[in-house]
Design a protein around this ligand. Sequence first.
Ligand SMILES: C[S@@+](CC[C@H](N)C(=O)[O-])C[C@H]1O[C@@H](n2cnc3c(N)ncnc32)[C@H](O)[C@@H]1O
Length: 289
Amino acid sequence: MQLKQALTSAIARLKADDVPSPRMNAELLLMFTLNCDRSYLYAHPERELTTDEQNQYGRALAERARGVPAQYITGHQEFWGMDLIVSPAVLIPRPETEHVIESVVELAGAQGAGGRVRPPDTSHLRIVDVGTGSGCIALALAQELPPAEIHATDISTPALEVARANAARYQLESRIQFHQADLLEGFENSSFDFIVSNPPYVGESEEDQVQLEVRKFEPRNAVFAGPTGLEVIARLIPRAHAALRPGGWLVMEISGTISEEVRRLLRDWNDVRIRPDLQSIPRVAQARR
Ligand SMILES: C[S@@+](CC[C@H](N)C(=O)[O-])C[C@H]1O[C@@H](n2cnc3c(N)ncnc32)[C@H](O)[C@@H]1O
């Protein structure tokens, strides 16, 4: 079978199975099967697929048709310009989480620069990423803020294995220390400059509004916090207060549904601000101890 025929029939199949963006998915899975980029697909429409390639493409399409996210099939997701490994043990990094990185980099710059023109000195910073999952936040901060001391925690051992693999992929193993822990367990009185987190924040009561693919295939303890969605954040806020130095920042990803409750939980903190994402949804809560 020729490449262009394989692509056309894959698009038709995904469409029939109600997979969103069928062309994009068919192309992505063919690029994954042939280990090539998009321009190759269109430069070589008559290239014959081997039987192995046809079988592998068929298996990938069948997985996608039953709802498995493309990222779990290819094992990759782009975040902050990095190509990260993902598996069903971790949440697929989302573009809106990049706002968390932007907020921390901005606050770290403002803090380090002290109004001077030269680049901020961020070398003294101590940062912890709580619930690191794939490691996306810890890795992005390690790249943006060298040579800050970075720790990352997660309650899930399989998630930490993925995060460690990603750190190794970008030669950041020596920059980030990974810890299996419940939130900030073991870090009480640590005097961190930044505590950063994209915690689980969806409520079980909103489960029917969550995409089926997320509910069925992403780790439940990465998405759902408990009945209301606030449960993990409500535990994290007092623990973060204890683990930050005076003047240190807590920066968390949140959702519009819980933003007012989060503001209330942060009422005793200073400089509380909730920043919107590109869709104007309240997305990043930042507060200073
Ligand atoms: C929403 S995911 C975020 C993953 C990654 N930081 C990101 O932004 O894509 C939340 C992560 O928190 C972890 N987690 C859930 N409860 C936790 C707890 N009590 N202590 C530490 N980590 C927890 C989950 O295993 C999951 O990896």
